[in-house]
Design a protein around this ligand. Structure first.
Ligand code: ADP
Ligand code: MG
Length: 334
């Protein structure tokens, strides 16, 4: 089987990562595309598009095609994917490279098939296999999935949180929640506006989230710049940890509840693997200060944040891409 030049793609709601067999991780950029609002021409993708978003230039529209964990804009998703692949993959290589694509499990079957169909329609024609995100996350989290072994993963991304018990490269029990990092940011924006009369950008809210989180960080407050809602002029303010923690609470509570529900439904045969492997937290949201201990308190079996959680899914997808069927990984289909 010709593996070189084949790709694994983690099509996340906030970040897209591309792994090329034989070269490793070659691209890691925001899932964003900027188009000219008049002509529809693609002006920028990834980081360059994301930077434009908050500055709100007049004739440019920045699209986050997967924002809420579903493929909200299929055309934009496909344009973005192709642009990323052009950037990531050198010309040449096999005529029909393989592409292993991880999509959020909230995406419908029709949306997934459309992505697969689009990738195999243009040149180079990829032989596409869609893989379940929790399975890739479990593999990337270092769980042994061979011979039916498994474990428990919680992947907290931007648009969705995937909670799953996985065994032998298959999902055993799972929930996909449309609440994750973006919902946390929005809750902070809303709280700052209603309680402080301060309008924050998503970037500023994200900053508060990562520094204060649930624990309050080193100082119990953080400085932020926003727009005064009454005067409409820039204002610097101190935001208390309590405001942020209470804004985060509904999302965190929903994630914790989902963990509890999936845990309470695992087959007894998987219990030992889950206890031994602990609950493994992946995705950017795993880094939220206080998240792991919150999940640990709910799960009562121990929880840990995987190494480099933002790259967990792509690592797992790369393992699946590299395997040649001799390790029990489901064979690649085209
Ligand atoms: P997706 O797979 O949906 O693209 P990612 O796994 O890339 O999502 O995670 C992106 C999310 O993680 C964003 O909402 C981002 O704000 C959040 N995130 C990144 N770093 C941290 C951190 N240190 N603390 C809390 N959240 C974080
Ligand atoms: Mg993800």
């Amino acid at each position: 089987m010709r593996i070189r030049g084949s790709v694994a793609i983690d099509l996340g709601t906030v970040n897209t990562l591309v792994w090329v067999a034989g070269r490793g991780l070659v691209l890691e950029e925001p899932s964003a595309i900027a188009v000219d609002s008049a002509t529809g021409a693609v002006e920028a993708i990834g980081t360059a598009a994301d930077v434009l978003a908050e500055k709100e230039p007049q004739d440019i529209r920045v699209i986050y095609p997967l924002r809420d964990g579903v493929i909200a804009d299929l055309d934009a998703t496909v344009e973005m994917l192709y642009a990323f692949l052009r950037k990531a993959r050198p010309r040449g290589g096999p005529l029909r490279p393989r592409a292993l694509v991880c999509v959020p499990s909230g995406a419908t079957w029709v949306e997934r098939r459309s992505v697969a169909a689009a990738l195999s329609a243009r040149r180079p024609r990829y032989a596409v296999q869609l893989i379940d995100e929790p399975v890739a996350a479990a593999a990337g989290a270092g769980l042994d999935l061979s011979a039916g072994a498994g474990g428990f993963v919680v992947d907290i991304g931007g648009g969705t949180t995937e909670v799953a018990a996985v065994a032998g490269w298959r999902v055993v029990r799972a929930q996909s929640l449309r609440m994750a990092g973006n919902a946390m940011d929005e809750a902070i924006v809303n709280a700052a506006r209603s309680e402080l009369g301060l309008i924050l950008s998503q970037r500023a809210a994200r900053q508060l989230k990562t520094t204060l989180g649930l624990t309050g960080g080193p100082d119990g407050w953080a400085e932020v710049v926003g727009i005064d809602a009454a005067r409409r002029t820039p204002r610097v303010d101190r935001v208390a940890a309590d405001l942020v923690a209470s804004a985060l609470e509904p999302t965190v509570a929903a994630i914790a509840r989902s963990v509890q529900e999936v845990l309470s439904d695992i087959p007894s045969g998987l219990a030992e693997d889950v206890v031994r492997g602990k609950v493994r937290l992946a995705g950017g949201g795993a880094l939220l200060p206080g998240m792991a201990s919150r999940i640990e308190a709910i799960a009562e079996i121990g929880a840990l944040v995987v190494e480099d959680p933002l790259r967990c899914v792509i690592r797992g997808a790369a393992v699946m891409l590299d395997s040649r069927g001799d390790s029990g990984v489901p064979g690649l289909r085209s």
